[in-house]
Design a protein around this ligand. Structure first.
Ligand code: NAD
Length: 254
């Protein structure tokens, strides 16, 4: 029997990249998974690929009301939610002074507001049931100050800090709140952009820097991030809360 048999998990940004690997891993461990994302075609494809029991939700989780709609969708599909993985995000990676109003808003919205709104929408029911596992996807760059990541780190740093505060506040409610913080992770989208030569030269430098700072001398694979999330999603990780778990090949150590 899988460690998540009978559990219900919601993975935001769960149709693509790291989130897709997380959805796949939690489903393999026995969970019913609700995949949330911005793009209907991507979400539909992921739900079909996962097979039942899986459900989808399409919406911008940075906007008021969407996280509550996601919670209702998950409840209607499978009943109460045990696991919330706040993976939605992604950086607009630019030198700080090259950011525009639009890229600033997108960076904070997609990484921080999605996470904050989902926590607020899911925590009341978790507290009533006395059970919950929340895993936020943060970033190693918060710790190592990676090239061109200042604005992204302002958002992800908020994600780390939110987890610590919630972990303390809900510690006696059977709810744990942790962060998985990856360094550079190879995804199909990044690989394709690099292979096609469409990635800006500056982004190549950022990724080269990231790998140079990793003692294992390579990026992470998506399933290596998913494995850490799956552990923190389990019932028996119950005494681990408020932690930032680096999946970083040793890029920072503590
Ligand atoms: N790839 C890396 O090197 C890396 C490193 C550290 C952290 N991360 C983080 O891991 C997570 C996944 O990144 P990825 O590389 O797989 O990127 P990705 O672009 O494949 O995935 C991001 C997903 O989030 C969803 N999303 C974004 N904004 C949303 C919103 N407002 N509402 C609903 N859904 C939204 C998108 O639909 C997409 O499915 C992100 O939080 C990213 O910041 C990635």
């Amino acid at each position: 029997m899988g460690a998540l048999e009978g559990r219900v998990a919601v993975v935001t940004g769960g149709a693509t990249g790291i989130g897709r690997a997380i959805s796949t891993r939690l489903a393999a461990d026995g969970a019913s998974v609700v995949v949330a994302g911005l793009d209907k075609a991507e979400v539909d494809e992921a739900v079909v690929a996962l097979g039942p029991p899986a459900a989808g939700f399409v919406g911008d989780l940075a906007q008021p009301g969407a996280a509550e709609d996601l919670h209702a969708t998950a409840n209607d599909a499978f009943g109460a939610v045990d696991v919330l993985v706040n993976n939605a995000g992604g950086g607009v990676i630019l030198p700080t002074l090259e950011h525009t109003e639009e890229t600033l808003q997108a960076t904070i919205n997609n990484n921080l507001w999605t996470t904050l709104r989902c926590c607020l929408a899911f925590l009341p029911a978790m507290r009533r049931r006395g059970y919950g596992r929340i895993v936020n996807i943060g970033a190693e760059s918060v710790r190592n100050g990676l090239t061109d990541h200042a604005i992204y780190n302002a958002a992800k740093g908020g994600v780390h800090a939110l987890a610590r505060g919630l972990a303390r506040e809900f510690a006696t409610d059977g709810i744990t709140v942790n962060v998985v913080a990856p360094s550079y992770v190879r995804t199909d989208a990044l690989d394709a952009a690099l292979a096609a030569g469409t990635a800006p030269a500056r982004l190549r430098k950022v990724l080269d820097d990231a790998v140079a700072w990793i003692p294992m001398n390579r990026p992470a694979e998506v399933d290596e991030v998913a494995a850490a999330v799956a552990y923190l999603a389990r019932e028996d990780s119950r005494f681990i809360t408020g932690q930032v778990l680096g999946v970083n090949g040793g890029s920072s150590m503590q």
